[in-house]
Design a protein around this ligand. Structure first.
Ligand code: GLN
Length: 215
């Protein structure tokens, strides 16, 4: 217990583990059905949603997540992960369908239309948070039991229900630990870092994740 798993099938896994460790929260990679039983939270990372959708079915993990969710597992999907959690994917069959949002894949255009910005997300932090969008989807509708955390132009960029958080951007690719702290608190965990220190970790850089790989 007291651990947050990061779904380790495809996508940016170690970047999330690195952010959790910086907060003083135990994060582990999970991919076998048995790995899921001791988690309080699960992060479904960004990557490629069709690929993740297929791998979830091939390895029988979709059912495991649905079962653990019924037992109280909290979920956070970033980008492709948010697509997998959505109740409705425009033009496609939903995968997990665990939050009442409608989402449109690749809504900003191609990979070349990726961008960074920053925005205030008062529910998550008192200062603006850096945001990285990589061939991101747009959340186009949120149901009445879903709170919108960040609305931008014509779309919703972050939202949450009681048990599920979704962000169409990638907090794990920025020096801010604020969203990871928010999710840890949602899971009932106590990060060792306070809100102020979680805003920007000056020791993070875009290559920090390489310490988890055997290069
Ligand atoms: N465009 C990807 C998809 O639709 C998501 C990209 C990402 O996770 N950064 O799956």
């Amino acid at each position: 217990m007291d651990m947050i798993g990061v779904l380790d099938l495809q996508g940016d896994v170690v970047e999330h583990i690195d952010h959790l460790e910086r907060l003083g929260v135990a994060g582990i990679k999970v991919k076998e059905p048995a790995d899921f039983t001791h988690l309080t939270g699960l992060i479904i990372p960004g990557g490629e949603s069709t690929c993740l959708f297929r791998l979830l079915n091939i390895f029988g993990i979709r059912e495991v997540i649905l079962r653990e969710f019924q037992r109280g597992l909290k979920l956070w999907g970033t980008c492709a992960g948010a697509i997998l959690l959505a109740g409705k994917i425009i033009g496609e069959t939903p995968c997990l369908g665990l939050i009442d949002i409608e989402i449109q894949k690749n809504a900003f255009g191609s990979q070349l239309d990726s961008f960074t910005t920053e925005a205030s997300v008062p529910r998550v932090a008192s200062q603006p948070i850096p945001l990285t969008f990589i061939r991101a989807p747009k959340i186009t509708r949120a149901g009445s039991d879903v709170d919108v955390l960040l609305r931008q132009d014509d779309y919703i960029a972050a939202a949450e229900s009681l048990d599920v958080l979704v962000t169409v951007f990638h907090p794990e690719l920025t020096p801010s630990l604020a969203f990871h702290r928010h999710f840890a608190l949602k899971c009932g965990l106590k990060p060792s870092m306070d809100e102020e220190s979680s805003m920007i970790d000056p020791t993070w850089d875009s290559k920090s994740w390489t310490r988890y790989t055997r290069l």
